[in-house]
Design a protein around this ligand. Structure first.
Ligand code: DX5
Ligand code: ZN
Length: 224
């Protein structure tokens, strides 16, 4: 029921294939892939070519592409071609959110919206049927290693309420993923409120032993 998604933003970029294999061997459920364009966010990372290069290294483990780019539609197509399994984007970065979500789903890829700490949950209400995952930012996007913003806990609760209502009427469960400053001290509290998927950059790649780091995060989750 719970997923740990290590963010390769905190990995050694000179050895990415090796890093990805190591973290999957250590128990990662998804590989979180942070795409930054120095326009939507003040940082620059990697694009579809790197995703394509990593694909043979991940086996069956889903690649969770978090687009911090503006505009988004062209990158959706490029990442769909590059082997993304999940694509999420920020609604502020797309002029036509419904169309961008449809673009993702037409390719048979799981789609999601990312809410910044100040972005309200109600933005999701009219597109729930096109969403597989809600990604709640618990830091301002752009950098790894920042401190968890506690007001996001209330948004986790709000999203859980919304997703429960939606599941009742549709029979479909939307995942709730939290990204930024997640560690072994706070993951338990976040999970209790309803999140099921946890991005962890520095809490995994900042440690020597990835298996121990992932186990330490999992140990704090409510019993499945
Ligand atoms: C921030 C990224 C996060 C980041 C998380 O813009 O979206 O995925 O890498 O890193 P930590 O876990 O170190 O906050
Ligand atoms: Zn991310």
């Amino acid at each position: 029921m719970y997923r740990i998604a290590p963010s390769i933003l905190s990995a050694d970029f000179a050895r990415l294939g090796e890093e990805v294999r190591a973290v999957i061997d250590a128990g990662a459920d998804w590989i979180h892939f942070d795409v930054m364009d120095n326009h939507y966010v003040p940082n620059l990372t990697f694009g579809p070519m790197v995703c394509r290069a990593l694909k043979p290294h991940v086996g069956d483990t889903p690649i969770d592409v978090h687009l911090m780019v503006e505009p988004v539609d062209e990158m959706i197509t490029a990442f769909a071609d590059a082997g993304a399994d999940i694509i999420t984007f920020h609604p502020e970065a797309s002029r036509h959110v419904d169309r961008s979500l449809s673009l993702i789903r037409e390719r048979g890829i799981k789609a999601g919206l990312v809410l910044n700490p100040a972005t309200p949950v109600y933005l999701l209400e009219n597109v729930l049927d096109k969403i597989d995952v809600i990604l709640l930012m618990s830091v301002n996007p752009g950098f790894g290693g920042q401190k968890f913003i506690p007001s996001v806990l209330n948004k986790v609760r709000q999203c859980k309420f919304l997703c429960d209502m939606y599941a009742e009427e549709s029979g479909r469960r939307i995942m709730i993923e939290v990204d930024g400053g997640v560690n072994a001290e706070n993951i338990g509290d976040i999970a209790v409120l309803g999140a099921d998927t946890f991005v962890a950059g520095s809490a995994v790649f900042g440690q020597k032993d990835y298996a121990a780091a992932i186990a330490a995060l999992r140990a704090q989750l409510p019993q499945e």
